[in-house]
Design a protein around this ligand. Structure first.
Ligand SMILES: C[S@@+](CC[C@H](N)C(=O)[O-])C[C@H]1O[C@@H](n2cnc3c(N)ncnc32)[C@H](O)[C@@H]1O
Length: 282
């Protein structure tokens, strides 16, 4: 088939499956499989594509039509200008998380900050903070074996080894390694979906690890752990920034207030939904 025919067939297949941005996704897949970018496409449109690559491309289109995430097919994704390797076993970094990172950066005003990213996954937060704070010491804690492998690779591939220290383990135990008052900032996008909602999530999200999503019966399990075990690890005046679900802002605020945090505030995303809660330790 020519590139033109391939692209038209693939767009139709994705459209038929209900995909919301078939042209964009086919462009990404074309670049990934054939190395042909949007700019080059016009010049090659009537050329025959390599048939082996064509088979692999259409296999990916088939998987994508069945709801397999585009990001897992491409094997990498961009978060705040950082290129991150992703695949099965690790949560795909979301644009929503930028709200949490930006709010954290706006509040942090110390030099050489000591920071921890709890439930770090691919390392999206830790790696992007390393770029903003080259003089920081950033810890990144993650329990899942698969996610931890991606985390370590992403720290290396983004040249952040001198800044980010990866910690493998359960955040309900790792806190014991640190003295009280150790950190200037805690940031976390923990699992926050209620367990009963997991089977009803969209197909793409169901391909992601349950461990990255499941926040327990009320979705708040990890916020409780962090408030109880980790807030004492903040210095006086230290800051915390949590990503939250769109209906969890008030509950997370209340957990933080009960733990003695001050200036507790909800930050909304561009759609006006609760997306982040920040606070300061007094
Ligand atoms: C919602 S994902 C967030 C990943 C990443 N921070 C991001 O924003 O893309 C939550 C992460 O927490 C990890 N996790 C789940 N339980 C954990 C635990 N008890 N201790 C440490 N990490 C845990 C999951 O494996 C997953 O990578």
């Amino acid at each position: 088939m020519t590139y033109d025919e391939i692209i038209r067939t693939a767009v139709k297949a994705l459209e038929y499956s209900g995909n919301e941005s078939p042209e964009y996704e086919v462009r990404e897949l074309t670049k990934h499989f054939f190395g042909v970018s949007r700019r080059d496409l016009y010049a090659v449109r009537n050329k025959q594509a390599d048939s082996k690559t064509e088979n692999a491309f259409f296999e990916a289109v088939r998987k994508r039509s069945e709801g397999y995430p585009l990001q897992y097919i491409l094997g990498s994704w961009t978060f705040m200008d950082c290129e991150l390797e992703v695949g099965e076993g690790v949560l795909i970094p979301r644009d929503d998380t930028e709200v949490c990172v930006r709010a954290f950066r706006e509040m942090l005003n110390v030099s050489s900050p000591v920071i921890i990213d709890l439930c770090s996954g691919s390392g999206a937060i830790a790696v992007s903070l390393a770029r903003s704070y080259p003089d920081a010491e950033i810890f990144a804690a993650e329990l899942s074996d698969d996610a931890f492998t991606y985390l370590e690779r992403n720290v290396r591939s983004n040249g952040a080894e001198a800044i980010v220290r990866t910690l493998k383990g359960d955040i309900s135990e790792l806190y014991q390694q640190f003295e009280d008052g150790f950190f200037d900032g805690i940031i976390s996008n923990p699992p926050y979906i209620r367990t009963e909602e997991l089977p009803h999530l969209q197909k793409e999200v169901q391909c992601e690890p349950a461990m990255a999503l499941d926040g327990g019966t009320d979705g708040l399990m990890f916020y409780r752990i962090i408030c109880e075990k980790w807030l004492p690890k903040l210095k006086k005046g230290g800051i915390v920034s949590f990503e939250t679900g769109e209906d969890q802002g008030a509950q997370v605020c209340s957990l933080l207030e009960k733990s003695g945090a001050a200036n507790v505030r909800i930050v909304k995303d561009i759609s006006g939904l609760d997306r982040t809660v920040t606070a300061v330790m007094q």
